[in-house]
Design a protein around this ligand. Sequence first.
Ligand SMILES: [Fe+2]
Length: 343
Amino acid sequence: MIFHQITAGGCQSYLVGCEATLAAALIDPELGQLDRYRALVAQEGLHLRYVIDTHTHADHFSASKALAAAFAIPAVMFRTGAAPHATLRLDDGDMLIVGKLKLQALHTPGHTADSMCLVMADRVFTGDTLLIGGTGRTDLPSGDPDQLFDSLFGKLLALPPALLVFPAHDYKGRSHSTLAAEIAENPRLQKTERSAFIAMMRELNLAAPTHLTEALRTNMSGGKTVAQLLADAGAVVPFVAQAELARRLASRANDLIVLDVREESAFVAGHIPGAINLPRGQLELRVNAAFPDPSVRIVTVCEFGKISTLAAATLRELGFLRTAALEGGMTTWRDAGLPNEVP
Ligand SMILES: [Fe+2]
């Protein structure tokens, strides 16, 4: 078997490939590692057949939608998963065939209602149902400690004890464990009595994951993260360096319009000399009156360089094809001591 464990900030994803056929599946991919997955698949000469989420993640952004589109393959989830882009939905016991490899879905609700483990001949991908020395939490949307108890003690732990355990998370740099080792040493699995287990899970009082709302929003809907939206805009917009803009403004042949898209109050408090203010929120509706000539050269500016990137992308989309965004924003402009017009 061709096997790669890809670790990124506590998130574990897995590329499993069949040596005989070079068919492969990718489990729990994370959006920040898109290039790495594509490179690994190419490096190993694999034909990616499935991209699988073990559950709806609440703490990181799934790359399943992007990878399913890029490779024209099914995004796989348990049948109750909310993500509309999951085109192959599994029932408990369903098996995916990847060349000579077989991955069987084991529905293990508890961490989330749509959690499943993926069982292979020698290993099990446990998602967040079972972690090394822990379990997934049960206090996030659709979590249920009562169900987790059944999934662990009634299903997962009944599998052959020699199975290797590969979880979706590990925060201590460990790669894997075995079911036998977890049964023997995992503190949470020592609570073998239902009410004691549920009480323990209820008393954990964990802080909410950093990107909870955004992760649930994007993973459940297939929508974009804010970082994706900014990256998409940045990919279709050229930038102007701050020193270059300062040099152009100082030269007499300057022909560009500096468009400050911050709110009026921020603009009034200080701006690049000669800049025009048209807040981002009013851009589409006021742009025709502001710039009757669509061939003008525009450089958008904001406080941090993010809204100006979005504004530049919008202007290009509207037909202002000579729009660029200032690299960075007024914060770095002022820090660099560049001309700032203050009333
Ligand atoms: Fe999770």
